[in-house]
Write a protein that binds this ligand. Structure first.
Ligand code: FAD
Length: 438
């Protein structure tokens, strides 16, 4: 209930701030002799501008803001709403072209600087959308994209504000000026918070890497111990941004789910699969090196959803948040039934297999089903893919009384979710984590 109310509050605040500039248009003195189309165009421009400023807020990773939704939902909203904001902003000049039945505003050599500002802002926004939607096709490494993304956002917002000041309407009254200064100041403050204040505060809370363990199947377990502070509390299933080999001021930080129990206060552990330039060098990470952790984030946690029992379905490295849940349930000496269905390409990729089996001593009602795609001849578990037929064979008697946690590759999540809905598991009981935010 608390999260629901918080969620409504933040959404309401978002809508209020997006529409706030309209107050400037409707409550203040309006330039004389302007038609409806011009006023509508200006109103849309202002709304788009406010939405642009709010994007900084959405990506600032404020834990109180993300708590009701989960960071993945916030970032998905950030993506979807960007397109909406972009279209609203484009409607601003489009309506003016339509009003004039001419593109003469685009003859920039005849126009004052405010027109240049507007064009620069829209070009920056276009580049921002293109590089985000087609990042993979453009072969942009994530870190390069992040730098480009942040820079283009600042350019787009800065030049849009320059355009507003250059046009000069709706900034005549003191209260209007105050509102604009407040909005511009908030965006700059957010930027300083993200780039300077937050990294600086993280340098005051370093961690020492005390164990780097090869888990097999190209997976590593990294244990981090708080260095001179008490660490952070998290809920089993959440994730954090990890910085290794660098300072928090650097752009290189990666999200990983915690694998340790949420009741463990001495250290925090991550299970990481080799994938690209960052994860492939974990084996070379010297023990004793410094790490920085920004977290916790995410709403993918059983601790938020009381139930008669839990069904956890993991694919490959998607076992990591579920491992934390299992370890935590064991630490709580929980006696509720837990069904784990764990699928991987080969037996070697069933990371934590031995420990999961050992956990059965502490979790008397833990039932496990292992599924591999490429089975050895002596394999006695399931083979192939997790589908509706397989699920039906193992699901508890009253599936709707349980909460479901799914983490793995997208096709698996999609198929399993559809299968669960088919057997009448309520949508609200299904929680999925996809290891892809961008
Ligand atoms: C919420 C969440 C939890 C995750 N938990 C785990 C986990 O427990 N164990 C695990 O092995 N992996 C986890 N991942 C995936 C992990 O973050 C990526 O595998 C890792 O960042 C890849 O980095 P790379 O440079 O080695 O690979 P690259 O080849 O550079 O990147 C591969 C892909 O990973 C994504 N990615 C890369 N860098 C980042 C970044 N800094 N921030 C966000 N996405 C990025 C991009 O989509 C990129 O295309 C998680 C991801 C998310 C979003």
């Amino acid at each position: 209930m608390r999260h629901f109310i918080q969620g409504i509050f933040w959404l309401g605040l978002y809508v209020f701030i997006s529409l706030l500039p309209l107050m400037v248009v409707f409550l203040g003195p309006r330039p004389p002799g302007r038609d409806f189309v011009t006023e509508l165009s200006v109103a849309l421009g202002f709304v788009g501008l406010a939405m642009m400023g709010l994007q900084f807020f959405l990506t600032a990773r404020f834990r109180t803001v993300e708590a009701p939704y989960g960071l993945d939902v916030i970032l998905r909203f950030h993506r979807e709403i960007s397109t909406a904001a972009f279209l609203i902003i484009l409607a601003h000049p489009a309506l003016l072209f339509w009003r004039d039945r001419s593109f003469s505003i685009l003859y920039l050599w005849e126009q004052p600087p405010r027109a240049w500002f507007a064009v620069t802002s829209i070009l920056a926004l276009t580049a921002l959308i293109v590089t985000s939607v087609w990042r993979i096709k453009l072969k942009l490494p994530y870190e390069t994209w992040r730098v480009i993304h942040g820079s283009l956002a600042v350019v787009a917002l800065g030049f849009a504000l320059g355009h507003v000041i250059g046009v000069g309407h709706y900034i005549a009254d003191l209260w209007q000026q105050f509102l604009w200064v407040l909005m511009a100041g908030a965006s700059v403050t957010l930027l300083l918070y993200i780039r300077l204040f937050k990294p600086f505060s993280m340098t005051k809370r370093p961690y020492k890497v005390t164990n780097v363990e090869d888990l097999g199947g190209q997976c590593w377990s990294i244990r981090c111990v708080p260095d001179g502070h008490e660490g952070f509390e998290f809920k089993a299933g959440q994730f954090a941004w990890l910085t290794l080999w660098g300072t928090p001021f650097a752009i290189e930080e990666h999200p990983f789910s915690m694998t340790s129990s949420s009741l463990e206060t001495d250290y925090v552990e991550f299970g990481i699969k080799e994938l690209g330039d960052f994860t492939s060098h974990l084996g070379e990470l010297p023990e004793g090196s410094t790490a920085y952790i920004d977290g916790p984030y995410g709403a993918f946690t059983f601790e938020r959803y009381p139930a008669a029992g839990y069904v956890m379905i993991a694919g490959g490295i998607g076992i990591t948040p579920i491992m934390s849940m299992l370890r935590t349930l064991a630490d709580y000496e929980d006696t509720r039934p837990v069904l784990l269905i764990f699928a991987a390409t080969t037996f070697e990729n069933l990371t934590f297999y031995d420990e999961i089996e050992a956990l059965k001593e502490r979790l008397p009602h833990l039932n496990t089903v292992y599924v591999v795609n490429e089975a050895a001849e002596d394999w006695e578990g399931e083979t192939g893919f997790v589908d509706a037929e397989m699920l039906c064979r193992y699901l508890p008697e009253h599936p709707w009384r349980h909460q479901y946690f799914l983490c793995g590759p997208w096709p698996m999540l999609f198929n399993v979710e559809q299968a669960l809905l088919e057997v009448d598991v309520p949508n609200t009981h299904i929680h999925a984590e996809l290891f892809n935010l961008v």
